[in-house]
Ligand binder design. Structure first.
Ligand SMILES: [Zn+2]
Length: 468
C-alpha cells in the first residue's frame, strides 16, 4: 500500500466530511420528519426511498432497494394492573411480536435474569409471569441478552415476561421477542408464543417492593397483530478499479423501534454510512476494490436484512473482504468510538497500528456477539467489525437511551457523526487499498469453534438452524 497516496485520499474525504452538515440534515429527516422507521411500516419504506435518493445524489452507482419478505407487527393497547396485594393500573408496553393475550397470574421475580437465576427458580416458573431486568451490562461488560431471558422463561413454562429497564426516567424498555419458529419469515413463525412487556425502572421497583409483602398477582390484557410484510435494504456502490469483484461492505440499519425516533439506534449509524459513501464517491476511479454502502432494514426485528443480504451474497458467490457495521456509530458527543471485532485476534494489532498511523484514538475489543448486523456475516466466516460511539451519558446501563422513548435526535451531534464518518471512511480506504490486509475468511469449522468459544453455539443451533 502506497502510504502517501492513501494519505492523499484521506485528505479528500476528511475535507469533504468536515466541511458539510449534510449528514445532520439527513438525520433530521429520518428522525423529526419520519418520527420512527419501524420495520415493515410505511415510514420504513419512505426512509428507504429517501436514502436511495440521497445515494443517487451523491454519485453512488447501481443504487437499488433489495426487498425481502418479513413479518411486521402492529402495537395495540396494553393494560397491566396489580390485583394483589393492592389494586393499581401500571404503565406498560407490549414488545414487538407480542401476541394478543389476556392473562391473570402470580409473579415470579428472577432478578437480573441470568441463566442460574432461571435454573434456581425453575420449579416456581410454570404458570407464572416472570419479572426480570432487561439488560444489566455496564459499558464493556457482557451479560445475557433480552431474547435469552425470554427463551429461558418460555422453555420453563412462564405465561408472560415483564422486562424492567435498568435506567431511571420513566422510560419503557422495548426490543423484539423470539417467535415460535425463529427460522421462518412469515407472521405465523415470528409471533412470540407468550407476551413480553416493557416496564420502566420505576414500575419495576414498585412491583419488587410489592413482591416483598408476599403474593404479587397481575392482570394483563394486550392486543397486537403480527402481519406478513416486506422490508428492504438500500444499496449503492463505488466500483473498484483493479479488483472490482472484491467488496468492502459498510453501513448501519435504518429501521428503528416504534416508540422513539431511533436517532442513536441507528439513525446516526445510517447517516454515518451514507456520509462515508458521499465522501468516498469523490474518490471514484481511484479505489482498487468495490465499496458497497448498505442501509440494512429490519435489524430490530431479528437482523432480518443482514441475514437476507449475507445469504444473497453467498448465493451470488460474492467475495466480501470486510464488513464494517455501523450500528451505534455517531451517537452522543463523539470522541469515544470503539471497534468490536468478531473473534479475529489477528486484526487487533492491525487496528492498533492503524490508530497510531491515523493518528486517532479508539477502543478495540475482540468479542464475538450475536446482536447486530455483523453477525450473519460472521456466521459465514467473513471478517467484520462493528464501530460504535458511546452516547453522551456514559455510565448508563445496557443500551442507555436506546430501545426507549428517549432515543431522540437531541442525543446525537454533528461532531460525533463527523468523527465516526471520518474514522469509518479511512478504515474503508485501507480495507480497499491494503494488499496485505490480514483479515481472512474463516472455514465453517473455524466458525463453529468461534461460536463455541463465545458460548453461542447452542443459541445459534436453536435459532439459525440451516446456517450452522
Ligand atoms: Zn441497532
Amino acid at each position: 500500500m502506497d502510504r502517501e497516496r492513501v494519505r492523499e485520499l484521506d485528505r479528500i474525504v476528511l475535507g469533504e466530511i468536515w466541511t458539510s452538515d449534510e449528514a445532520w440534515r439527513n438525520l433530521v429527516y429520518l428522525c423529526d420528519d419520519l418520527g420512527h422507521r419501524f420495520a415493515g411500516s410505511e415510514r420504513e419504506r419512505r426512509a428507504a426511498e429517501f436514502l436511495a435518493d440521497r445515494m443517487r445524489a451523491y454519485g453512488l452507482e447501481n443504487v437499488r432497494l433489495e426487498r425481502f419478505p418479513m413479518a411486521t407487527w402492529e402495537r395495540g393497547p396494553c393494560h397491566l394492573a396489580v390485583v394483589e396485594p393492592l389494586e393499581r393500573e401500571l404503565p406498560a408496553i407490549a414488545m414487538p411480536y407480542c401476541p394478543t393475550a389476556q392473562i391473570e397470574a402470580d409473579v415470579i421475580d428472577v432478578g437480573e435474569g441470568e441463566q442460574p437465576d432461571f435454573e434456581r427458580l425453575a420449579s416456581e416458573i410454570p404458570g407464572k409471569i416472570v419479572l426480570t431486568d432487561a439488560e444489566t451490562n455496564r459499558p464493556g461488560e457482557r451479560k445475557s441478552h433480552r431474547t435469552d431471558k425470554f427463551n429461558w422463561a418460555v422453555q420453563r413454562g412462564a405465561v408472560a415476561v415483564l422486562f424492567v429497564n435498568r435506567n431511571p426516567g420513566q422510560l419503557h424498555i422495548t426490543g423484539s421477542l423470539t417467535g415460535r419458529n425463529p427460522n421462518g419469515t412469515r407472521a405465523a413463525d415470528r409471533e412470540a408464543p407468550i407476551p413480553g412487556i416493557g416496564l420502566s425502572y420505576e414500575t419495576g421497583q414498585f412491583l419488587r417492593r410489592l413482591a416483598e409483602r408476599g403474593r404479587l398477582r397481575l392482570r394483563l390484557a394486550t392486543e397486537n397483530r403480527t402481519l406478513d410484510a416486506e422490508s428492504a435494504k438500500v444499496i449503492g456502490v463505488i466500483p473498484g478499479t483493479t479488483r472490482p469483484d472484491e467488496i468492502v461492505l459498510v453501513g448501519g440499519h435504518y429501521d428503528s423501534h416504534d416508540i422513539a425516533q431511533g436517532a442513536g439506534d441507528d439513525g446516526a449509524g445510517t447517516v454515518v454510512g451514507l456520509e462515508v459513501g458521499r465522501a468516498l464517491a469523490q474518490l471514484r476511479g481511484q479505489l482498487a476494490r468495490t465499496v458497497r454502502v448498505i442501509c440494512f432494514g429490519a435489524e430490530e426485528l431479528g437482523l432480518l436484512g443482514a441475514y437476507h443480504h449475507a445469504a444473497q451474497a453467498a448465493a451470488r458467490g460474492e467475495r466480501i473482504r470486510f464488513v464494517l457495521n455501523l450500528d451505534g456509530a455517531g451517537r452522543g458527543t463523539g470522541g469515544q468510538e470503539q471497534l468490536v471485532l468478531s473473534g479475529l485476534p489477528e486484526l487487533v494489532p492491525y487496528f492498533q497500528a492503524l490508530g497510531r498511523e491515523l493518528p486517532y484514538d479508539f477502543a478495540i475489543r475482540d468479542e464475538l456477539n450475536a446482536h447486530s448486523d455483523h453477525f450473519p456475516f460472521a456466521l459465514r466466516g467473513i471478517p467484520n467489525a462493528t464501530l460504535s460511539s458511546r452516547d453522551a451519558t456514559a455510565g448508563m446501563i445496557g443500551r442507555g437511551w436506546g430501545h426507549t422513548e428517549a432515543d431522540t435526535l437531541d442525543k446525537v451531534t454533528l461532531r460525533s457523526i463527523q468523527l465516526a464518518a471520518a474514522l469509518a471512511a479511512r478504515f474503508v480506504i485501507r480495507f480497499s487499498e491494503d494488499e496485505n490486509f490480514p483479515g481472512r475468511q474463516r472455514t465453517p469449522e473455524e466458525v463453529r469453534q468461534q461460536l463455541a468459544d463465545a458460548g453461542l453455539l447452542e443459541r445459534v443451533r436453536a435459532t439459525e438452524g440451516p446456517v450452522i
